[in-house]
Design a protein around this ligand. Structure first.
Ligand code: RP5
Length: 169
């Protein structure tokens, strides 16, 4: 079996319930991923070894989720040419604004594609990863096209419902 092209890295196991939403999207699209816990602060050596070997291990996109002083995505991005998608985790003290700013405010030359805070960010991180893979993978591209058509169809259906309600009132 081909090695996973998406690596999903979590700063802690406490990030897993949020990330499950994103993992479900990857599973729905039938894309294999590797899932690892490592911390930019608590286990910098593990982060270094992962980031330095990701490309030669066949990884094409990295998703990194962390909260608080969320340096994980940025530190990974500093050590690889692969695209890194960051998900700021929601936090108790600052509602995830701490995670958002720590993830998004990267210096020139070392970008992190930063998603929204929490579960919606986790889901979109997977979609974004699929869009990157879809540039060179026709099956994923076709499934993304179908997914986007379903999004539009949902809006059309909601409008129909609204119109019916309008007629009834
Ligand atoms: C970050 O600190 C993790 O990504 C997590 O969001 C947060 C809290 O981690 P734990 O104390 O729950 O392990 O590094």
């Amino acid at each position: 079996m081909a090695s996973p092209r998406v690596a999903v890295i979590l700063g802690s196991d406490s990030d897993l319930p949020t990330m499950e939403e994103g993992l479900k999207v990857l599973k729905d699209f039938g894309v294999a991923f590797e899932l690892k816990i490592m911390s930019a602060h608590r286990s910098p050596g593990l982060v270094h070894d992962f980031a330095k070997s990701a490309e030669k291990n066949g990884v094409k996109v990295i998703i990194a989720a962390a909260g608080g002083a969320a340096h994980l995505a940025g530190v990974i991005a500093s050590m690889t040419r692969l695209p890194v998608i960051g998900i700021p985790m929601e936090t108790g003290s600052l509602n995830g604004m701490d995670s958002l700013f720590s993830t998004v405010q990267m210096p020139y030359g070392v970008p992190v594609a930063t998603m929204a805070i929490g579960k919606s960010g986790a889901r979109n991180a997977s979609i974004f990863a699929l869009q990157i893979l879809g540039l060179t993978d026709n099956r994923i591209a076709r499934e993304l096209n179908a997914f986007k058509r379903r999004l539009e169809a949902d809006v059309v259906a909601k409008n129909k419902k609204l119109t019916l309600k309008g007629r009834l009132s």
